[in-house]
Each structure stands twice: as C-alpha cells, then as structure tokens.
Design a protein around this ligand. Structure first.
Ligand code: NAD
Ligand code: G6P
Ligand code: MN
Length: 445
C-alpha cells in the first residue's frame, strides 16, 4: 500500500545533529516518504549555515521534497505531521557554565546530571513549552518527538504543564550502549537485542537482554562487562568511542556494573555512583562543552559551509548515525503503525509496579498509530528504587521551583542530587548558577 507522505519540521535547525537527521530522513524515504522538510530555529545566522547545506543535500538526493528554513513559528509549525525537536536553550556557552560552576566547588559538572543538569532544566522548560504551544496552535494533530535535554526534567515539566500534549521525550543513550553490547556479543544490529529496562532518563538499568530467539544474552555480557565495561575488542562500529571522554565513560561502566552485578547499568550512573572519580578526572578549565565547541560544532559548521560553497554534498562525511535512526524509526512507527518496541520516557502508570504512577520513567513501549503503550517491568529492587526515588524528588523539585519561582525548592533540588555532598555546597553552587542564568531563569523568591 502506498504510504501517505509526511511533513516534518526540525526545531533547533542550527543544531549539530540536524544534518545527520536530514541524511537519515532522505535515506529512509522509501519507508518514510516526505513531502515537506522544514528547519526552525530562533537564531537565524546559526541556522542559515546548516540550512544552506541541507538545501543542497535535499536538492541533490531528493528534489521532490519541498525544503524550507525559517525563524517564523507560523511558517515552521503550520502543516506538519512531526516536530523533531533538539534545541539547546542558552547554547553551548551556557552548557560550559553548567559544567564549570559545580566543578569550582568540587562537584560533578555535567550537561544533564547534578546541578548543571538542573540549571539546564530551568532554561529548557519554557523553551520546550513554547515549541509545544507553536505546534498546538498551527498543527494540533502533530506529534513532537523531543530530544532536547535534560530529557527527564523536560518530561516532568511537559507532563505537568501541558498534560494533553502529543509530545514524546526520547534519548539515544540506550541505543548507543546497545550498539556496543551488540558488538561485544557478535550481533550485527543492536535492534536484534530485545530488552527489559527500567529507570529514569540517564538513570536506568537493563534487567534482561535477549536475542530475537529469546536466548538469554546476560551471562556472556556480564563476563565481558565485569572486565572491560562496554568497550568491545573492536569499536569501529561505534563512532562515539573515537572520542576519549566517551571511551572513558564506556570503560567506567565496569565499576558501575560492579555495584549491582544483576543488572546492566546506564553509563550516566557513573556521575551518581562515582562523583569523586568524575571530579578528579575533570579539568575545571576545559570541560565537555569546550570539546564539543572545538570539535563537533567546528567540524559540522565547516563541512556545511563547504557543501554550500561547492553546491554539492556528493563527497560529504556527514553521516546518519543511530541518533538520527532512532527518531526516524519512532516517527515511522507512529505514522505507519509498525508496533516497534522502543525505549521512551513516559508516565509510569504502573509500568514499574513499585514506583509512583506520576513518575516519568524510561521503559520499553510498543509504538503504533495510536501512540505508545508502556510494557510492564514489574517490581524493581531496593537499591535501584532508593536511587530512583531520590532522583525523582530532585527533578520534581526543579519543576516546582520553576512553577513557583522558588529559591527554596531549587536549593532542595540541588541538595537532593546524589552528586552534591551538602546543603552548604548546594547553596554556594545555586547562588553562582542564579547569577549565570539571569537572562534565562525566572527571578526566584
Ligand atoms: P546546538 O547548540 O548545536 O543546537 C541547538 C540549536 O537550538 C541551536 O541552533 C540554537 O540556536 C537552537 N535553539 C536554542 N533555543 C531555541 C529556542 N528556544 N527555539 C528554537 N531554537 C532554539 O546543540 P546540540 O549539541 O546540537 O544539541 C541539541 C540538543 O539535543 C541539546 O538539548 C542536546 O542535549 C540534545 N541531545 C539530546 C540527546 C538525547 O539523548 N536526548 C542526544 C543528543 C543531543
Ligand atoms: C548522549 C546522551 C545525550 C547527550 C549527549 C551528549 O547522546 O544521550 O542526552 O546530550 O550524549 O553528548 P556530547 O557529545 O554533546 O557530550
Ligand atoms: Mn540522552
């Protein structure tokens, strides 16, 4: 049967990930045909560089698709079926502050974890809500697939402030980890692994991993992970591991795993379980934001300029990786009812039996035309339950702080983060973050 053609807007058109998603959309157009592809950003100059290259790519590879780049919300959000969002409120410059301020006080400085993630959350909440409102005004039947971080806090806020909205918050980390696990196991494709996984975004555990025939993959994996973490003998298939900081994180999974050898953990748990190690191995004057600005951002923008100048992308090295594959796979499942099993960030409602119904959890879901249905993960062990409940309380307090413009709640949120040693340190960090974020946060009372 002929598939109905889709119209997609990428919000955060100037993102370092946009060109990869455009590539993936074009490569998949037999299974996910497009009639229109739009880019939207609130920074015209930044988006223009990426957009010019994307225009060349579309013209060269799929000229039947209408391509538009705009900063006008009405043009961007009218007549769309999907909004693929990945905005960074405050940009990489503010990410740098999120990372460096906590480190000044000997605390983990990270994009989505600890005080840095909390600061980023306070900036992202109103920005993502604005995107939802644009979508609901101009294309009320569309779905928003949202990568914008910190996904856990954003998910709590969108559920609370726009409970009926058609937004699905997502993360590519489990896929990136599964790519390594597949290599370790000698499987061709990470999608050949069927998983049971529970937790929050960047805060979860696999309780089961099986192949498509139902064979248990855990024993072989555990043997490997306890010695080498998530680093396989060859890592060519995982481009993430060309970067030394990611390689370190994948190695450190060995120690994260050791804390509970019954499960396979998210790499992000290193920030909560080994914050002392992370701080010792951080450079307070040169953090991940600096690396991203010096490499990924520089390279992508240079390549996009080159494509525009040559008016051709035939020889480009821009690749459609698993990050792009995941979001396109999700759109496909919603549009064409594929009943794909995918990890999504959704309201618990019993999926994890011994956690509150209103917690935004990350669990496997079946995705179809009617939306997503979370699968039941049963009861989780005391260790994970304890960690998750502390983290949920911290994240809910961030959203409370935003809602009530409350200094007290934000202080409590930072104090509750397992990365922070005391209420005193939390307050010192908070006071610096308030100063750094004065152009973004509401004034706290
Ligand atoms: P980036 O800074 O390169 O791009 C973000 C773009 O968003 C910029 O062009 C910026 O101008 C634009 N933007 C910012 N605020 C906006 C607003 N209010 N409205 C419209 N546009 C706005 O960032 P990046 O490194 O490419 O990352 C983009 C986002 O994707 C980040 O939030 C990052 O954390 C997230 N991300 C999430 C996952 C995940 O697993 N959930 C994976 C990768 C990236
Ligand atoms: C993974 C996570 C994302 C995070 C990204 C950071 O993909 O799932 O949530 O934004 O890593 O990567 P970076 O290369 O920007 O440090
Ligand atoms: Mn993520």
């Amino acid at each position: 049967m002929e598939r109905v053609k889709q119209s997609v807007v990428i919000a955060g058109g100037g993102s370092t990930y946009t060109a990869g998603i455009v590539m993936m959309l074009i490569e998949n157009r037999d299974k996910f045909p497009l009639r229109k592809l739009k880019l939207y950003d609130n920074d015209k100059n930044r988006q223009e560089i990426i957009a010019k290259a994307c225009e060349v790519i579309v013209k060269e590879r799929a000229p039947e698709i209408e391509f538009v780049a705009t900063t006008d919300p009405q043009i961007a959000f009218s007549d769309v079926d999907f909004v693929m969002a990945h905005i960074r409120a405050g940009g990489l410059k503010m990410r740098e502050m999120d990372e460096k301020i906590p480190l000044k006080y000997g605390v983990v400085g990270q994009e989505t974890c600890g005080p840095g993630g909390i600061a980023y959350g306070m900036r992202s909440i109103p920005a993502v809500i604005e995107l939802i409102d644009f979508m609901e005004k101009y294309s009320p039947n569309a779905w928003m697939l949202n990568y914008s971080n910190p996904a856990s806090i954003v998910a709590e806020a969108t559920k609370r402030f726009r409970p009926k909205s058609k937004i699905i918050n997502i993360c590519d980390m489990p896929i990136a980890i599964k790519k390594s696990l597949a290599t370790i196991l000698g499987l061709k494709n990470e999608n050949d692994i069927v998983d049971r996984y529970y937790g929050l975004n960047h805060f979860g555990w696999w309780s089961e991993l099986r192949d498509k025939d139902g064979n248990d993959l855990m024993p072989k994996l555990k043997e490997h992970v306890k010695q080498f973490g998530y680093v396989a003998k060859t890592n060519e298939e995982n481009p993430l591991l060309n970067e030394s900081s990611w390689m370190d994180t994948f190695k450190k999974a060995k120690d994260v795993y050791a804390v509970d050898p019954e499960t396979i953990p998210s790499t992000y748990l290193k920030y909560y379980l080994y914050p002392d190690y992370v701080v010792e191995h951080s450079n307070p004057n040169y953090t991940r934001a600096n690396e991203v600005m010096d490499y990924r951002e520089k390279n992508i923008f240079a390549e996009c300029k080159r494509i525009a100048e040559n008016n051709s992308a035939k020889d480009t090295n821009i690749e459609a990786g698993e990050h792009a594959e995941f979001i396109v796979q999700l759109a496909k499942a919603l549009a064409y009812n594929t009943h794909e099993r995918m990890l999504l960030i959704v309201e618990n409602n019993g999926a994890i039996a011994n956690l509150g119904d209103d917690v935004m959890v990350e669990v496997p879901c079946i995705v179809s035309k009617r939306g997503y249905e979370p699968l039941s993960m049963g009861k989780i062990p005391t260790f994970q339950k304890g960690m998750i409940e502390q983290q949920v309380a911290s994240e809910k307090l961030v959203v409370d702080a935003f809602e009530y413009k409350s200094y007290q709640k934000l202080w409590q949120a930072i104090t509750l983060s397992k990365t922070v040693p005391s209420a005193k340190v939390a307050k010192d960090i908070l006071d610096d973050l308030i100063e750094a974020n004065k152009d973004f946060w509401p004034t706290l009372q």
